[in-house]
Write a protein that binds this ligand. Structure first.
Ligand SMILES: [Zn+2]
Length: 371
């Protein structure tokens, strides 16, 4: 087995500004926790610097005119036309350096896929990837370059069957759009319902079109959905769907914004269900390309991704400083003195209502896909 963790300080320290919720430094916190818990020191693991992605590969996901605009923005130009391409909003500010930064973040995801396709890696994690909202000619939802679409296109061109699983709290809209007519890519997104949050899409009826019909799967969940209900959805719908499809490679967008303390969403998961899901994914496919994504409680996100990396590699995190004075504790795991969250459960009539709504969704999907 060989696994790769993509990281560079330069990319992790890129700043979207003090008022922007997206903090690439989560990747640095994740790396530090991985070292501290001894899950990044095996001889089969490599820490690699993200390479810059070639211009022609960017065209797999984006139009030339959008890339031209993004490149000018990256050079520090501000101009009226960029607004047409979604750049200049609060979510997607015109950041100096954004073109080169995005190219490198995407370069890691693309190279990771390349390594898996060439049998040079089995597990790849890019905590600086996962920009599932970047559209062909439009920046959206903090995303400028869609690394996921680029990597999946590369794999499909090389005849691989791909399952894309997106557990970010937001619908993977731009990935769905690219592959909705494709039957070699199974798209599965589990997210907070578009009735409540951006991108206001990803309803259960969106199931693909033409030869891709049935290969797009959306599982919208009501606000306050907790671990128990989330795991049920996963085992009754997601697991049998992936088993039926038998992918060569699983691409997992592991956004951590569905966790209980996330300031931008209303799902109430803890990393106990999140890690259970990563475990199940690992059991379903030997080749996994995992990326980051959302996650705006940066400490909780770092804990979550440290656990995900450990599980994908089948290693157990060990706190080498356990038992030492409190002064040794720092950052992300302070809250519970463990990487794992305390359990959380939604209760009472609220839970009953959520259960009813989710049961309907599950039944719809079971019927649609003959599960
Ligand atoms: Zn998200």
């Amino acid at each position: 087995m060989h696994s790769i963790f993509y990281y560079s300080n330069e990319l992790a320290r890129y700043d979207f500004g003090p008022d922007h919720p997206f903090k690439p430094e989560r990747a640095e916190k994740t790396l530090n926790l991985c070292y501290r818990y001894g899950v990044l020191d095996r001889e089969y693991m490599t820490l690699k610097k993200p390479p810059s992605l070639a211009q022609e590969k960017l065209l797999l996901a984006h139009s030339q005119d959008y890339l031209d605009v993004l490149r000018r923005v990256g050079k520090g130009e501000i101009f009226q036309e960029m607004l047409k391409y979604g750049i200049g909003s609060e979510d997607n500010p015109p950041l100096p350096g954004i073109y080169e930064w995005s190219r490198k973040c995407a370069g890691a995801t693309w190279e990771g896929m390349e390594k898996i396709l060439n049998q040079d890696a089995d597990i790849v994690f890019n905590p600086l990837g996962g920009y599932h909202h970047a559209c062909r000619s439009r920046a959206e939802g903090f995303c400028y370059i869609n690394d996921l679409v680029i990597a999946i296109k590369e794999a499909v061109d090389r005849k691989a069957r791909i399952t894309y699983v997106d557990i970010d709290a937001h619908h993977g809209n731009a990935v769905q759009e690219e592959f909705s007519s494709e039957n070699r890519v199974q798209f599965i997104s589990v997210h907070e319902s578009g009735k409540h949050i951006y991108p206001y899409s990803g309803f259960v009826e969106e199931a693909g079109e033409g030869s891709g019909e049935g290969f797009t799967v959306n599982i919208p969940l009501p606000p306050k959905t907790d671990d128990e209900i989330y795991l049920e959805v996963f085992s009754r719908v997601v697991v049998p769907l992936i088993k039926g499809f038998e992918p060569d490679i699983l691409v997992a967008e592991l956004g951590a914004d569905s966790l209980v303390s996330d300031p931008l969403t209303d799902l109430m998961l803890t990393n106990n269900s999140y890690t259970q899901i990563v475990r199940e994914l690992k059991g379903l496919c030997g080749k996994i390309l995992a990326t980051g994504g959302g996650g705006y409680d940066i400490y909780r996100t770092a804990r979550c991704w440290t656990l995900a990396w450990a599980i994908l590699n089948g290693v157990e995190p060990v706190d080498e400083f356990a038992g030492l004075v409190g002064g040794m504790m720092f950052g992300p795991e302070m809250e519970v003195s463990s990487l794992y969250d305390r359990p959380y459960m939604t209760k009472g009539p609220e839970k009953d209502k959520i259960r009813q709504e989710v049961d309907k969704t599950i039944e719809f999907l079971i019927k649609l896909h003959h599960l």
